[in-house]
Design a protein around this ligand. Structure first.
Ligand code: CDT
Length: 304
């Protein structure tokens, strides 16, 4: 019998700044219920799935900034989602802003947690590739992730999810080949990721027509070259005046898009991922042990 994992990608429409956490968590619970009804065993929500994508603004007041962050996970407002996972027996990956104290230091990370089908915490990933700048820059779309978040410090961990090896990634990570290669080398079979991607960038109007192509291109290549199933969830639509792309999808290790969202709103897509396909793809081209030559690739001669 084939080894399978039924993956749900829970795209959300915009989450406006005025929305309360309770309202937003209610939407996520509803999406998880839809995923469960469609037979999903695991679901992925977007990056920053509990709030608006606030790095589009320059904010100076630390209390105002910290209001976008979670100091505990689950917290009083998010517990409901964890309870829903246990009730529905569908685990999930959830992107959110993490506020934590480490060695008496307050730290801010762009984080995704993996939660099991019993509603218990499995593991955590902190976004490695933090894009944008820390101050608004003339001529560019304001994207101040580097003002608000430190780069992740947990590497690319891979977790056991009811016998399936699952890794996590967040938004800009998906554009970097290292993300998929590290997940693959760490044994991942499935990568779950969430994103918030502006439709228009002031600095690159010539690339505007390629936004969706450049969304799918690295994920399809990453899935193919690293024999991964990928579930990718967008936060989409017009959020606090900024248009975010959709295009949430489930990608096979063949590089094919197996399912894709059709809206810019709350939407669930589901695919029964055949994990045996990974081995087929490895046999055809990507038998790392046999063909990969890390000892022969040479040194990087100039720092880049
Ligand atoms: N959230 C996130 O990482 N978004 C980036 C856009 C960066 S534009 C400066 C992305 O790669 O989609």
């Amino acid at each position: 019998m084939a080894r399978c994992l039924t993956i749900a990608v829970c795209q959300t429409g915009p989450i406006q700044r005025r929305a309360t956490r309770a309202e937003t968590v209610g939407r996520l619970v509803h999406l998880l219920e839809k995923a469960a009804a469609a037979g999903a065993e695991i679901a992925v929500f977007p990056e920053m799935a509990l709030t608006t994508f606030f790095p589009r603004w320059r904010i100076d007041d630390q209390a105002e900034i910290d209001a976008f962050f979670e100091a505990s996970m689950p917290g009083p407002e998010t517990q409901r989602l964890y309870n829903a996972a246990a009730r529905l027996k569908v685990g999930f990956a959830l992107g959110y802003c993490e506020l934590t104290q480490e060695n008496d230091r307050t730290r801010h990370f762009n984080t995704m947690d993996l939660v099991g089908l019993d509603g218990a915490f499995i593991g955590r990933y902190r976004k490695m590739h933090v894009p944008g700048s820390s101050e608004p820059e003339a001529g560019t779309t304001t994207h101040l992730e580097r003002r608000y978040f430190e780069p992740g410090n947990l590497g690319f961990p891979v977790f056991d999810y009811r016998g399936v090896r699952v890794g996590l990634a967040i938004c800009n990570d998906r554009r970097w080949p290292e993300t998929y290669r590290m997940l693959c080398l760490n044994g991942a079979e499935v990568a779950l990721l969430g994103y918030n991607t502006p439709l228009l960038l002031d600095e690159a109007p010539a690339l505007a027509h390629l936004r969706m192509f450049h969304n799918h291109l690295p994920m399809q290549a990453g899935a193919y070259q690293n024999t991964l199933w990928i579930g990718a969830a967008a936060k989409a639509g017009l959020e606090d005046g900024q248009a975010l792309i959709g295009g949430s999808c489930i990608i096979a290790p063949t590089g094919e898009i197996a399912a894709q969202a059709m809206s810019l709103d709350d939407e669930v897509i589901v695919h029964r991922a055949d994990l045996d396909l990974i081995e087929v793809c490895r046999k055809v081209n990507f038998n790392f042990a046999l063909y990969r030559r890390p000892d022969q690739y040479g040194r990087i001669s100039e720092p880049v």
